[in-house]
Design a protein around this ligand. Structure first.
Ligand SMILES: Cc1cc2nc3c(=O)[nH]c(=O)nc-3n(C[C@H](O)[C@H](O)[C@H](O)COP(=O)(O)OP(=O)(O)OC[C@H]3O[C@@H](n4cnc5c(N)ncnc54)[C@H](O)[C@@H]3O)c2cc1C
Length: 254
């Protein structure tokens, strides 16, 4: 993130609170969406993340998770809630335990954190968002904010990358957005697709970027995922002459 930009950008009040798991559901064979309660005064910008603290085998551990729901989202009973879209990392210290949690489990949440967000002043440019795996989480919140809350009229392209097509997240939502918002487009890159029914691009997100770069030169880029992908894409864009101030990113494992 560009330091100058992060200094002048507004902030939301940081809070620490006890939160209750209200729901969890499988989205793919390895990813769940977790819905947690939040106090009514809690607020964040789309794209920001929370630190989650909990005990595993008598040890307190903390991990960061991007908020995938919209700021101000309310449940049917008018309770504020936050969604997280989390991958069960095989052999991970925390996620295998987190995936056994039942509704009613309590955790401590602190935040919001991060300068990878879209605030009150939305970009005055067309946008490309690039996410791999659960890197889609903050982008989902940003997209909902731009399209649903701000009625953003510039072009927004979402490029999603995964290994297998069964790992593509929120496809129904993106298809609904394509129908509702003529300025929105989703493109998928699957590197090891198994089914002939998969009709998107075969390969990594770079394949899509490289074949469309001439249309993307004046756009703003928001990139999220593991550092190998983020570094690779950001380097490619800079080498193509995209200004560093137009490239924003979040890395999950830096
Ligand atoms: C700002 C920020 C936001 C984050 N938001 C999310 C989020 O919204 N959803 C999410 O699933 N994770 C997110 N993460 C990653 C998360 O904090 C943990 O690192 C992750 O859940 C693994 O924890 P673990 O203890 O199970 O694995 P660890 O025992 O800590 O093992 C870490 C290993 O897991 C890999 N890893 C970490 N995250 C992922 C991932 N998402 N997919 C595949 N491999 C991964 C790392 O490369 C590393 O090799 C975020 C990280 C940061 C820094």
């Amino acid at each position: 993130m560009n330091e100058e930009l992060s200094i002048v950008r507004p902030v939301k009040k940081r809070m620490r609170f006890k939160s209750v798991l209200r729901a969890n559901k499988w989205l793919t064979p390895t990813v769940k969406q977790f819905t947690f309660s939040a106090p009514s005064e809690f607020d964040f910008y789309s794209g920001q993340y929370m630190n989650m603290r909990f005990k595993i085998a008598e040890k307190v551990v903390a991990r960061s998770y991007s908020i995938s729901s919209l700021p101000g989202a309310l449940s049917d009973s008018d309770e504020k809630y936050l969604c997280f879209t989390i991958k069960n990392v095989a052999g991970g210290e925390v996620t295998p335990a987190l995936f056994t949690w039942e509704v009613g489990t309590e955790v401590s949440l602190q935040g919001p954190f991060g300068t990878f967000f879209i605030g009150e002043r939305v970009p005055e440019a067309d946008i490309v968002m690039i996410g791999t795996g659960t890197g889609l989480a903050p982008l989902k919140s940003m997209l909902g904010y731009l399209l649903e809350s701000c009625h953003f009229k510039r072009k927004v392209t979402l490029i999603m990358g995964v290994r297998f097509e069964t790992e593509l997240l929120y496809m129904e939502l993106w298809k609904e957005y394509e129908e509702r918002f003529s300025n929105f487009q989703v493109l998928t890159a699957v590197s090891a697709a198994k089914s002939p029914a998969y009709l998107g691009v075969h390969g990594r997100v770079n394949v899509i970027l490289e074949s469309n770069i001439e249309h993307y030169r004046t756009r703003m880029f928001y990139i999220c995922g593991l550092q190998a992908m983020v570094n690779g894409v950001a380097t490619y864009l800079r080498n193509e002459g995209i200004a560093a101030e137009h490239i924003f990113y979040e890395k999950y494992d830096s």
